[in-house]
Write a protein that binds this ligand. Structure first.
Ligand code: TRP
Length: 332
């Protein structure tokens, strides 16, 4: 069985864009692969953050992931497996400083920090972050890494580090991991369909996977359909987005019917919105229910995750033992 690894940062609410763009895929991959999914709290420290919220966000994300179908035995918390950071240090020495400074995400994020105004602090962790990510992946000798296109450069780096390591130790030790760019729907903001759904743009621009029914219905009702500047013959972005949502929730018959109506020029936006809202409410109500159950016994879930992290840690420890041997460190 091939191995899959992916990870997500605990930075707050999970929205439909995150769910359909990544997490749903994680859930499906569990059937076919040995999957390791990390909540990477060390990564969340690289940007200015609130120390009072990190731990809470980490547990909340764990609960959310389990509520939408990630198996607890596949989940770990990064800081519970210190070998990630230890391997990260070793990899620092197999990675060129120049390559890190050329990372587009580093440039964008350090720009965001300086644009933020009052706090002009760019951590060394932000620069080094792709090296830790490389350790996350290689420590489990993952074959596939489901990620978004925004992670392309980081994946390239992971392969470069693996290759440089193998060359230097004279052994094909690490598998060169491959990114898995599955076709996922690109969910847009309903308030401004020209941009993708995101938290940073503000309240109106995302729908939480655990939103209440009233909020969902209100947001879909006020969704922008056609801003008027769509070229003739092309579907407006807002309309396309509502179709995507219906399709992504698996309501294929309704999707086809509405699409037929659209093709003959008879689609009513109220119907499209009604179906989109109903589809989302059904899905989200199930998630919310599950999350409520999990939250009713927090102890149980925490124990499960501690257990799974310590099981997964065994794999990490074994890799680190071999790596230390290969690079000439003392191993007792
Ligand atoms: N950098 C990724 C992101 O911001 C998160 C991440 C950390 C990750 N470690 C990883 C993704 C390992 C895939 C594999 O989305």
């Amino acid at each position: 069985m091939k191995t899959v690894l992916s990870a997500i940062q605990p930075t707050g609410i999970m929205h439909l864009g995150n769910y359909f763009g990544a997490v749903k895929n994680w859930v499906d991959l569990q059937e076919e692969y040995r999957c390791y999914y990390g909540v990477v709290d060390y990564h969340a420290m690289t940007m200015p953050y609130d120390v009072k919220k990190l731990r809470e966000n980490t547990w909340d994300l764990i609960t959310s992931l389990v509520a939408v179908g990630v198996k607890p035995e596949n989940l770990f918390i990064q800081s519970l497996i210190p070998e990630h950071t230890e391997l990260g240090w070793i990899f620092n020495c197999f990675c060129s400083y120049g390559q890190l400074t050329r990372m587009v995400q580093f440039k964008d994020k350090s720009q965001q920090v300086s644009d933020g105004g009052k706090e002009d602090f760019i951590s060394a962790g932000l620069l080094d972050y792709p090296v830790l990510q490389t350790a996350d992946i290689l420590i489990y000798k993952a074959h596939y890494v489901p990620v978004g296109k925004d992670q392309e450069q980081h994946m390239e780096l992971a392969r470069d580090v693996a290759h440089r390591f193998n060359t230097q130790v004279g052994k094909e030790y690490f598998v060169l991991p491959e990114p898995l760019y599955t076709r996922t729907p690109k969910i847009r903001s309903t308030a401004d369909p020209s941009r993708k759904m995101s938290k940073s743009a503000g309240e109106k621009h995302f729908i939480s996977v655990f939103a209440d029914e009233e909020t969902i219905r209100r947001q879909i009702k006020s969704a922008v359909t056609d801003s008027g500047d769509t070229p003739p013959g092309q579907m407006a972005e807002g309309v396309e987005n509502l179709f995507e949502l219906i399709y992504a929730t698996g309501h294929l018959t309704a999707y086809e019917q509405l699409m037929d109506a659209y093709r003959i020029g008879q689609l009513k936006y109220v119907d499209l919105k009604q179906t989109a809202a109903d589809s989302l409410v059904t899905m989200i109500n199930g998630f919310t229910e599950r999350k409520k159950e999990l939250n009713a016994d927090k102890r149980k879930l925490k124990d499960q995750i501690k257990q799974s992290s310590s099981e997964i840690r065994k794999v990490a420890l074994e890799t680190l033992r071999e790596v230390k041997d290969l690079v000439g460190l003392i191993n007792i």
